[in-house]
Design a protein around this ligand. Structure first.
Ligand SMILES: [Zn+2]
Length: 290
């Protein structure tokens, strides 16, 4: 099967069949340093091209994204591409690379019914997937993957976390997942997203593939608060890693000269050791539901 490009946009791979209904987009490399997938994605494209993997119906769009960041070996070229999906950028006439690329991706998303956006993390972690707190998305997750599922609460940190791909798709009332498939360097990362991608395609009947184990159980976790810095001088008191359990009254960080103790028992997610800018998110508070 031959692929075409979406509107002639670079690094887009559209596999289409004559049975038109749903359109599934799998999208990756929005952040250059998240390189876990590299060999695997080429394998999917190759296998679809030579029919080892047969696309039975609908349409599949594969795309990789921040080419300019990839060229200079940086996470972003000028902007975090995953924060540009708002009118201010999508309607602008800017000639900046990432803004042009965000517009192209928004066109793809306008034509897609389901989106899987693949990322990986820099800290120690296990895989987790973000979805909205709606029945349908949570139900589908249990058919594609068996790690941690994070219910994404937009009202908690709207201005900081919005304008990403999943936000944009949800605004259009479509299905969207962001999969953080492991640490960038982990060999298991590409395995996780490869199987999750194929299971998703299987769920929507695009291919025949079944990697499901009846013993799979997703752990459901809910976000309830975000922590931002109050000063320019922020430091974690001890080493934090994803999903570490923090107990009430633990000393967790020092913000300038203020020692901050945990107000609750919680699970820490995405501790940010890199950014020290004022008011930026430094971690999220989570609690386990199931
Ligand atoms: Zn990312």
């Amino acid at each position: 099967m031959k692929y075409t490009k979406f509107n002639n946009y670079s690094n887009t791979f559209v596999f289409d069949t004559w049975i038109k209904w749903e359109s599934i987009t799998i999208f990756w490399w929005i952040h250059w340093n998240e390189i876990a997938w590299i060999k695997t994605i080429n394998m999917i494209i190759e296998n679809l091209s030579n029919q080892k993997l047969k696309l039975l119906k609908w349409k599949l769009i594969l795309a990789y994204w921040n080419e300019e960041a990839i060229k200079i070996w940086k996470r972003d070229y000028n902007y975090n591409l995953n924060r540009l999906f708002k009118d201010e950028y999508l309607k602008s006439n800017s000639d900046e690379y990432e803004i042009i690329r965000a517009k192209q991706l928004s066109e793809i998303m306008n034509k897609s019914d389901v989106l899987l956006d693949i990322h990986s993390v820099s800290s120690d972690s296990v895989p987790f997937i973000f979805c909205e707190n709606i029945e349908k998305e949570i139900k589908i997750v249990s058919n594609i993957y068996n790690w941690k599922t994070i219910i994404w609460w937009w009202d908690i940190a709207w201005d900081l976390l919005s304008w990403g791909t999943d936000w944009y798709m949800h605004k259009l009332w479509k299905i969207a997942y962001t999969l953080e498939c492991w640490n960038h360097n982990s060999e298991n990362a590409s395995d996780i997203w490869f199987k999750a991608s194929l299971n998703l395609l299987n769920y929507f009947w695009l291919i025949l593939y079944n990697n499901l184990d009846i013993n799979w159980k997703n752990e459901l976790i809910e976000m309830y608060k975000i922590q931002t810095t109050k000063s320019w001088n922020f430091e974690f008191e001890k080493w934090m890693s994803n999903f570490k359990i923090i107990n009430k009254w633990d000393l967790i960080w020092i913000d300038w000269d203020i020692k901050v103790y945990a107000e609750d028992d919680f699970i820490i997610l995405l501790p940010n050791y890199e950014k020290t800018k004022i008011w930026e998110e430094i971690f999220y508070y989570w609690k386990k539901l199931i």
